[in-house]
Write a protein that binds this ligand. Structure first.
Ligand code: PNS
Length: 159
């Protein structure tokens, strides 16, 4: 049984994340989406629990995909869950340096490989950071995130 692990902050989940999850779900028996707090990033907009609720909602149509919180090291989580491969989306060459370093670190710590999947071109500009910024100014993000996420962003930034 093959298991893919897709880790990230998902603050919030975007259509770009979903594209990667959906395509991975066609290639592995099971997909674990692991929601982490990235210690390198500023204070999150949504708590891990809030992000999980949104993810559970949007992942419901995908029967072989499950979302879980990730506490601690990704390498430990990958070993505990008998993961076949970690899957990361790449939007542009600029993502590559950091992702390569993380992939090599995780291989060193766990022996688990990371596979890179290029984001579909229509999502290549998309990031959760930009979505948060547009939403914070009252901009329309409905083409960038699932409807439930657009609604939660509207509520969060309501004045
Ligand atoms: O969506 P992000 O913020 O780019 O995801 C980064 C994430 C969560 C995958 C990374 O920070 C991570 O793996 N965190 C878990 C802790 C860990 O293993 N750290 C060492 C590798 S950076």
């Amino acid at each position: 049984m093959s298991i893919a692990l897709i880790p990230g902050s998902f603050d919030p989940v975007t259509n770009g994340h979903l594209d990667i999850v959906e395509r991975t779900a066609k290639k592995f028996d099971h997909v674990l989406v692991a929601v982490a707090t990235n210690s390198r990033k500023a204070a999150p907009l949504f708590t891990v629990e809030e992000r999980l609720v949104m993810l559970e909602d949007v992942l419901r149509p995908l029967p072989n995909v499950r979302a879980q919180p990730l506490r601690g090291l990704l390498a430990d989580f990958a070993l505990e869950h008998d993961v076949t491969a970690i899957v990361k989306g790449l939007r542009a060459v600029s993502d590559f340096d950091y992702e390569l370093q993380m992939a090599q670190l995780n291989l060193h710590l766990s022996g688990v490989d990371t596979l890179f999947m290029p984001t579909a071109p229509e999502h290549s500009f998309l990031s959760a950071t930009l979505v948060r910024e547009v939403a914070s100014y009252g901009g329309d993000v409905s083409s960038m995130v699932p409807p439930v996420v657009a609604q939660r962003l509207k509520e969060r930034f309501a004045r």
